[in-house]
Every structure is written in C-alpha cells, then in structure tokens.
Design a binder for this molecule. Structure first.
Ligand SMILES: *[C@@H]1O[C@H](CO)[C@@H](O)[C@H](O)[C@H]1NC(C)=O
Ligand SMILES: *[C@@H]1O[C@H](CO)[C@@H](O)[C@H](O)[C@H]1NC(C)=O
Ligand SMILES: *[C@@H]1O[C@H](CO)[C@@H](O)[C@H](O)[C@H]1NC(C)=O
Ligand SMILES: *[C@@H]1O[C@H](CO)[C@@H](O)[C@H](O)[C@H]1NC(C)=O
Ligand SMILES: *[C@@H]1O[C@H](CO)[C@@H](O)[C@H](O)[C@H]1NC(C)=O
Ligand SMILES: *[C@@H]1O[C@H](CO)[C@@H](O)[C@H](O)[C@H]1NC(C)=O
Length: 492
C-alpha cells in the first residue's frame, strides 16, 4: 500500500514536471483542415453524495449534457449547463428513477488550476422532472421495459415497465432545438429520441428509428428489455449514446454506441460498425423523417476489441466529434484506462445508406463484423486523447494507479462545445457518468398504494470498497476550424 502510494505520487511528480515543460499541442489534418488540441485547461468535481431539490442523489450527470450559456469576463468564464442523468442507481438492478435534467451554473478560470487546485466550480440550481404527455402525464421510470405500450395517433410503440405502465427512459444524449423551445433526449431502451417542451419537461412524442435499429424478438415483435440481447436491432445497453443538432440545417444526428445485433453487435471483436442517423427535425413534433444514415468504423484495441462510442458532437454539417473509449478507470475493476478520445469523423466520401435495404433487420451492413464491400464508412481520425498522462497530470489525475480520487473516471460520456475568448479556439467540455456510485445515496421510488414517490437510502458496494465516485468535469482547449454552430448566449 505505502510502496504503491509512494510510487504513484513519484510518478505524478514526474508527469506534472513533464506537463509544464513538454506537453505540446497535438495537431491532426482532417478533411483539408488542421485541428489542434491545445490541451487540458480545466478540471473540477461534483461531490457524489450531493442531492437535488427532491433529496435524490445527483448521479449519472455526464450521460448527456448541453450548455445553456457561456460568458467570458477577463480571463475567466461563467455559464449555465444542463446535465441529464441516465436511469438512476442501477449497479445492482434497474430502479424507478424519474428521468430529469439538472441545471448547474459554473465558473472556470483557466489561469488557476494545478495538481491540487480545481479551476471549474459547479453549483446546483434546479431540477426538471420529465413526464410523458400520452401516458397520463406520468413520470418516466428507469425500470427495465419488458412491456410495450401500443402506438397511438401521437406516438410510436413505447417501452414501458409492466409494473406501472410508465415509459422507461435511459437518457444518453441531449440537445436543444434551433428555436430554443424544445429539447431532444436520446435513450438506450428504444433506442428513441424523445421530444420535450423545454419549459415544462413534458415529452410530446418520440422519434422511432428504422426497424433495423429497433430491438426485436425472434418473431419480429418489438421488445425493449435491456436484460437480454434482442434477435435483431440495437444491442442491450448500446443505444443512442450520441446526439447532436445541426442548427444550420435543422438536422438531428444520433449515433449508436456500437453495432446492432445483426451487424455483429453481440461481441466486442465484431461490433465496431456503428450507425449514425440523421433526422430532419424542422417539422417536429409533427414529423421527423430519416434523411441520412452512415456507418462509423469505431476504433479497436490491439486485441481488436471495439472502443464503443459514448457521445457525438457537431463541428459543421459534415464533421463531428465522437467520444470513443474503453471501460477502465474509477468505477471499473481495471484502473488502466488507455483509450478515451474525442475523435473526428466526416460524412464526406461515405456511403449514405438511409432508405436502402439495410434499414430492414434482414440485411446486415457487417455480418459477423465484416463490412459489406458496397459501403464506404465515414473517415475517422484520432484527435483529443482524454487520458494523456501529461494532460490529466496537470490536475493531479492519473490512469493505472491507485483506486482513489486521483484516478480518472471510467465513463467519460459527454461532450459540449463553447466559444472561447480567442477566435477559432473552443472550450470542449467532457463530463463523466459516475453511475450514482456513493456510500450515502438517496433515490425515490413510487409507492404503488399511495402513488407518492418515497425516498430510500442506498449504499453502493463499489463505493464501500473504493470510495465515492465524484463526477469529473474537464475542459480542453481545441481549435475547430470551420465550426459553424452556436454563440456565447446559445452555445451548441
Ligand atoms: C474526401 O475526398 C476528397 C477527395 O479525395 C479529399 O480531398 C477530402 O479530404 C476527403 N474528406 C475526408 C473527410 O476524408
Ligand atoms: C462530499 O460531501 C459530503 C457531505 O457534505 C462530505 O462529507 C464529503 O467530505 C464530501 N466529499 C468530498 C470528496 O469533498
Ligand atoms: C400512469 O401511472 C399509473 C401508475 O402510477 C398507471 O396505473 C397508469 O396506467 C399510467 N397511465 C397511463 C396512461 O399509462
Ligand atoms: C421481452 O423479453 C423479456 C425477456 O426475454 C420477457 O421477459 C418479456 O416477456 C418480453 N416482453 C414481451 C412484450 O414480449
Ligand atoms: C397492443 O395491441 C395488440 C394487438 O392489437 C394487443 O393484442 C395488445 O393487447 C395491445 N397491448 C396493450 C398493452 O394494449
Ligand atoms: C487556447 O489556446 C490558445 C493557443 O495557445 C490560447 O491563445 C488561448 O488563450 C487558450 N485558451 C484557453 C481558454 O486556455
């Protein structure tokens, strides 16, 4: 114990020394432009045992984020951000967690910050609980949806928990509509994209992807459970992790975490060909037709295991950042994170397969993990290394060492971009999903007799062994040539 601590602090000292002298910009040439990573400039934490205004643990925050505003004042920044937890505390089993978004304000001073000083501070402001309009304005649930609520005039068939008929949400992507009145939440169960009123959190309807993506049983019926893999469609717990809106064209882009079952999804060595879908949302909630679909070749480890994707963020109408990663770090049993990246993809030069035979479950794009020769996937380039020891060492963080608060989080799951005070340079926010891992947790579930939501305590076994998993917040300084979205008052 002592030895390894000494070793890791020695290692920390060397890394920090290196960071201040040699950590250089990294550049990548992509699509005829030069993208630059100027490195990690901000870090902060949100306490894992903090609670929201309902008394419930503020966990899972980094599943899906969107900036509401960012202002620069001298060398520092202030702003407002919305964070969507996923399906509540579920390290043992799924729970009756109501989907919601959490609003925080923050301050960030890039001139401060060191191995012992955090320079991003988040302050909790308020909570918006979601309710589904056609399900009796009931709250949603995190419980596994083994039942299906039939389609109505307004909605596609919905994943519901059989115990109370509540729509099951596992939120993983978040974006505001171009006019600012709606918000989009993508999920893993459907995998659907829910359309909500921004002011009220009321879900108006949901976008259903083509049948190739919807989880179906052997008879071809929808079955949205995430406890077992479907016969075709999205792999269990590998839904729409990535969501981003192109405000210029009103196109909403969603990225699956990895391949569908028929495309090789059941094994990490065959599931690298993921699908990127685009919906025209200029007429929502009335309609949201599929207008593009591309194949994204996710990166692989040396052992050819897929680095699945946790997030998507727009740069311009054809260029996107993709967060691809391993599962190692705090929250996992293996501390040695080696690949967590914000990489670049482009739809230029790639085959658009929307409206083709591949939208039917019977026609895989990559049976057994081998891509059909008729399809050219999106170009993919490595960009920001989110576990570079020279960068994370600036804030006293490490990978592969002790299981303590200095270990980088396993689940870096969200990206957001804001303009900075220098042109062409942007603040790239990255937030972790801590899976609600705390010794001192609180979560409400509905009492079936009274209908009231009642708080219950929990103590996560991982936290009992390794300590609480704080939410980690990072800001990178990146040059994104051609970035075409958003402003300080309405970033994207
Ligand atoms: C697309 O192809 C053109 C012509 O070969 C090339 O100049 C451009 O860099 C390519 N874009 C990407 C993103 O690969
Ligand atoms: C988190 O908050 C709790 C309750 O206020 C406090 O006891 C604990 O020390 C905090 N943890 C950290 C790491 O700051
Ligand atoms: C609303 O929830 C209650 C249980 O809280 C359930 O009995 C009812 O069926 C739900 N309403 C609809 C329309 O799904
Ligand atoms: C969905 O699949 C689960 C697991 O196999 C099963 O328990 C459930 O009954 C199925 N639901 C429907 C609607 O077929
Ligand atoms: C959905 O529709 C099918 C076919 O019409 C019907 O058998 C089933 O009972 C319906 N399910 C619900 C929950 O209403
Ligand atoms: C980002 O990097 C550029 C180029 O080195 C620098 O001018 C700018 O001040 C940096 N911005 C922040 C917020 O660190």
């Amino acid at each position: 114990m002592k030895l390894s601590q000494t070793f890791s602090s020695l290692l920390g000292a060397i890394v920090i020394g290196a960071a201040s002298t040699v950590a250089a910009d990294t550049t990548v040439s992509f699509d005829g432009r030069t993208f630059v990573n100027h490195g990690l400039v901000g870090f902060g934490r949100i306490n894992a045992s903090a609670v929201d205004s309902y008394g419930e643990t503020l966990g899972g925050l980094g599943s899906a984020i969107a900036l509401e505003s960012v202002q620069s004042q001298g060398s520092s920044y202030t702003g407002k951000i919305r964070l969507n937890p996923d399906r509540g505390h579920n390290t043992q089993t799924t729970t009756d967690y109501r989907a919601r978004s959490q609003t925080f304000t923050f301050t960030f001073d890039p001139t401060k910050g060191s191995a012992t000083v955090e320079n991003i501070a988040f302050k909790y402001e308020s909570t918006q609980l979601y309710r589904y309009a056609v399900a009796g304005l009931n709250y949603t649930t995190g419980l596994d949806p083994t039942a299906v609520k039939n389609a109505t005039f307004a909605t596609p068939p919905l994943p519901v928990a059989p115990s109370d008929n509540h729509v099951s949400f596992d939120s993983e992507g978040f974006a505001f509509s171009a006019d600012g009145h709606l918000q989009f939440v993508s999920d893993e169960y459907g995998p659907y994209i829910h359309i909500l009123e921004r002011q009220t959190g009321i879900v108006l309807t949901s976008i259903r992807p083509p049948d190739a993506i919807v989880p179906k049983d052997a008879k071809g019926n929808d079955n949205f459970t995430a406890e077992v893999n479907p016969t075709t469609g999205r792999t269990a717990n590998q839904g729409f992790e990535g969501l981003t809106l192109d405000r210029k064209t009103n196109t909403l882009w969603a990225l699956l975490q990895s391949a569908t079952i028929q495309d090789g999804g059941s094994d990490k060595t065959t599931n690298r060909y993921s699908r990127l879908l685009a919906f025209d949302v200029s007429k929502v909630p009335a309609s949201a037709p599929l207008v593009h679909e591309y194949v994204v070749p996710l990166p692989q480890s040396k052992k050819l295991k897929t680095r699945a994707s946790s997030e998507l963020h727009i740069v311009d109408s054809t260029t996107f950042l993709v967060l691809a990663r391993d599962g190692n770090g705090f929250g996992d049993t293996d501390p040695g994170a080696s690949y967590k990246h914000a990489d670049l993809i482009s739809t230029k030069n790639a085959t658009d397969i929307h409206g083709t035979k591949y939208d039917a479950p019977a026609n895989p794009i990559s049976p057994g993990g081998t891509l059909d020769a008729s399809i050219t996937p999106t170009p993919y380039a490595s960009f920001v290394d989110l576990v570079d020891p020279a960068q994370i060492g600036k804030f006293g963080l490490q990978t592969g060492g002790a299981f303590d608060q200095t270990l980088i989080a396993s689940k870096l799951e969200s990206l957001a971009v804001a303009p900075s005070s220098s042109a062409d340079n942007f603040l790239l926010f990255v937030v972790s999903d801590n899976d609600f891992i705390t010794k001192n947790g609180h979560q409400a579930a509905q009492d079936p007799k009274t209908g009231k939501y009642v708080l219950q305590d929990y103590s996560d076994p991982y936290a009992v062994t390794n300590g609480d998993a704080a939410t980690q917040v990072f800001i990178y300084n990146v040059t994104l040539p051609g970035y075409s979205q958003g402003s300080a008052s309405f970033p994207n």
